[in-house]
Ligand binder design. Sequence first.
Ligand SMILES: Nc1nc2c(ncn2[C@@H]2O[C@H](COP(=O)(O)OP(=O)(O)OP(=O)(O)O)[C@@H](O)[C@H]2O)c(=O)[nH]1
Ligand SMILES: [Mg+2]
Length: 265
Amino acid sequence: MKPLRLLSLIIPARDEEGCLSSTLTALSEALKSAGIPHELVVVDDGSTDSTWEILGDLRKEIAELKPYQNAGLNGFGRAVRFGLEKATGDAVVIYMADASDSPEDVVSYWEQLSKGYECVFGSRFISGSRVSDYPKLKFILNRWANGFIRLLFRHGLNDTTNAFKAYRRTVIEGCQPILSPHFNITVELPLKAVIRGYTYTIVPIRWTNRTTGKSKLRIKEMGSRYFFIVMYLWLEKYFSHGDYSKATNEQELKLKGSSDQTFRR
Ligand SMILES: Nc1nc2c(ncn2[C@@H]2O[C@H](COP(=O)(O)OP(=O)(O)OP(=O)(O)O)[C@@H](O)[C@H]2O)c(=O)[nH]1
Ligand SMILES: [Mg+2]
């Protein structure tokens, strides 16, 4: 496997004026001191506060910052997809703007990807993880949903629903088309990668509850969307005969490449 060249952080941000600056500064410092070549792709959509103006100011201080406004429909999944399209790295990490994730964990993700893993999944609920101030009701729902997903997919991961994960670009390409417009993308990406046969490792991570701004996740609205994507992927796992797997994708690309050559000749 080729050594990695550039890490793209995809950071969806909506109404995060209270924490965006500290999140990006801390992330930039940690990545620089670890010597990781990177770009910070921040996607704002629908913010009604000064998020966009703050990004404009920060750009003068952080050369790696690439702020975008998604003019299309809003939504967490749409913002992440938009960011993935803009990213130029050969590896990506999806990172929250609300300072919940830890920059040191991004460094550990990069190290794992560099070892050759195609995906790195952090878990907040294994030995070595640290979680502070997790809201009680959210915690109960989270553990229930993750238990259900684990039972269906038997993939050994007990924190599928957390968005903060790392992927090689080839995985993102192999997971197309990405369907989720909302928070359900948090389960679509890791489950698809697992089902389609990409390699992964699980590492302990830290998580801290936001101290400013408001949560955008509406569990009532999202519940049925999570269920839809989980069942869709369950059907793919058991009924698609590997039609969308990494191996099939690679075979298809190879044949396409050789037919292009035939055509060129
Ligand atoms: N661009 C964009 N970003 C979004 C959207 N919804 C959420 N985000 C961002 O996605 C990240 C996660 O959203 P949160 O509101 O923190 O969701 P959460 O982590 O489940 O909720 P908390 O427990 O309160 O942190 C934050 O950085 C948000 O700013 C959206 O519609 N568009
Ligand atoms: Mg959050």
